[in-house]
Design a binder for this molecule. Structure first.
Ligand SMILES: C=C(O[C@@H]1C=C(C(=O)O)C=C[C@H]1O)C(=O)O
Length: 92
C-alpha cells in the first residue's frame, strides 16, 4: 500500500484513467443501443425496467466485490441518468 498522499493520489488517478477508458467503451454501446431502438421505432431512450434491474444487479455485484452497495447505487443512478440522456440526444 502507498505511504504518502502523493502515492495514494497517483493510485486513484490511475484507477480513474482506467474507468474513463471503460466508460468511453460503455458509451459506444449506449450509442448503439439508441440506434437499435430507433431502428425498432422506439423513440424514448429511457427504459425504467432495465434501469431497476441494473441497479439491483450492481448492488449485488458491489457486495460480492467489497464495494459499499450504497456507494455503487448512487454512482450507477447518476451514470444511468447521464447515459440515458446521452443516448436520447445522440441517437435522435
Ligand atoms: C442502454 C440502454 O438505454 C438506457 C441507458 C441504459 C444504460 O446506460 O445502461 C440503460 C437503460 C436505458 O435507460 C438500454 O436500454 O440498454
Amino acid at each position: 500500500m502507498p505511504h504518502n498522499i502523493e502515492q495514494v493520489r497517483a493510485a486513484i488517478d490511475n484507477i480513474d484513467a482506467q474507468l474513463i477508458s471503460l466508460l468511453a467503451e460503455r458509451q459506444s454501446f449506449v450509442t448503439r443501443a439508441g440506434e437499435v431502438k430507433a431502428g425498432q421505432g422506439i423513440q424514448d431512450a429511457h427504459d425504467p425496467e432495465r434501469v431497476e434491474s441494473i441497479l439491483r444487479a450492481r448492488r449485488e455485484q458491489a457486495l460480492d466485490a467489497g464495494l459499499d452497495p450504497d456507494v455503487a447505487e448512487r454512482i450507477w443512478k447518476e451514470l444511468l441518468a447521464a447515459f440515458t440522456d446521452y443516448e436520447q440526444n445522440a441517437a435522435r
